[in-house]
Design a binder for this molecule. Sequence first.
Ligand SMILES: *Cc1c(COP(=O)(O)O)cnc(C)c1O
Length: 490
Amino acid sequence: MFIETRGNDGQRDVKVEFSYAIMNPSASFGGLYVPENLPKIDLEFLKKATKKSYKQITLDVLELFNIDIEKSVLEEAVSLYDNFDEKENPVPLVQIKNNLFVNELYHGPTRAFKDMALQPFGHILSHVAQKQKQNYLILAATSGDTGPATLDTFANKENIKVACLYPNGGTSDVQRLQMVTEEGKNLKVIGIEGNFDDAQNALKTLLASQTFKDELEKSNIKLSAANSVNFGRIIFQIIYHIFAYVSLLKQNRLSLGEKFYQIVPSGNFGNALGAYYAKKMGLPIEKILIASNINNILTDLITKGEYDLRNRELLMTTSPAMDILISSNVERVLFDKYGASRCKEIMEELKEKKHYSLSSEELTELQKDFSAVYCDDDFAKETIKEFANENYIMDPHTATCLKAYNELRDKDIPSVLCSTAEWTKFAPTMLNAIKSDKVTYCDKEALEGISRSLHVEIPECISSLFDKEILHNEVVDKHDIESKILEFIK
Ligand SMILES: *Cc1c(COP(=O)(O)O)cnc(C)c1O
């Protein structure tokens, strides 16, 4: 069962099932749903897992959670991992240095790690909607990776329509093309005049608008969101951390029960939360090392116990998926560490005063599981170049992890860093890094430039984007979003 991070308001059920939590993700007082208890995995589980496939381990972990979704539906959902590059090995673990490994989470259809969770989640969500005989409109706002992954998973799914908002000019060409060429009668992609904050604010306004909900009701449609705070996504983000350990065991990099560092490039903290839950469940993680860019709000929280939005503005970096100041999933860790009433107090303080401070005991508690450091774009680019020279290509988000690797470890044990996107999604930055220049390349020439310099192929799903028909070419003022969506619904 699932309970709420800010306690119960007396209007909602105190405990809900998984299917309820994923269809209605906002809990009392604006909180989130969290599992009442986390299941345990022991060394025996991990030992047996070395003989199992990624899909089977996923099903085993889901079974421990005992959620209210039929086994056959879960099996269909995880079979979507068969569409990843290597059917038998959807998440390769690659050694790049003596004791440093990369967990490549981007081998899915849209080339970013969002597919790891959104692929199976989309299947489950559509199944629950069909079972309820209810139609849903899923709203998404994206700075680049969530949009393509959301559209891909829901394309042509029953009982689901998707409206996806992106900032026109605010994504890479590849990311935009992935969205505007996506086929599916149930999909609407809308560019808006403005930045990601404008897109996100428009989405929040619609989610909260009663008149919008009433209009949808007339067409018998309910509103929901598939953003990264949905527990239906988080549950799938626990598994690849477990699988990384299983891969280390299989490759004889450590023996059963020995610990490792998990390094996570973080934005909204979904990926890191998955690692935290895995650790609590019993995965031998020494510590979770959080990597940020210069939007270093998470580093401040974890090193100083301060979360301070005053006098801060969002800075644009070459790791845009981590350009975030309100990191939503941190709330679940705060709840887990300090309980519902303190969590509610902290979140209200953040809303009203734009900052909060942890007590020194609370900070000590947080630092038992997490360390953090941030890097700037120059560091990321130098890192990309250094590894490219040694024949490993990593994207700008993944590169931020090397700073954490260099500075935050105090034991010589294996480290696994999460690689969250393929280089092809950020080709202009990649080419700037490799050539040490500051030229403004367009995506197509940058893709070709990297392909030539590093002798790598551009995957077909990326190169073919440039020849596809544009199916969604609307770019609207933010005041016209609501009417555009209603037009689409009707
Ligand atoms: C979404 C994303 C992140 C941030 O992940 P969170 O779970 O939000 O912390 C990092 N890198 C890439 C490429 C992403 O798409």
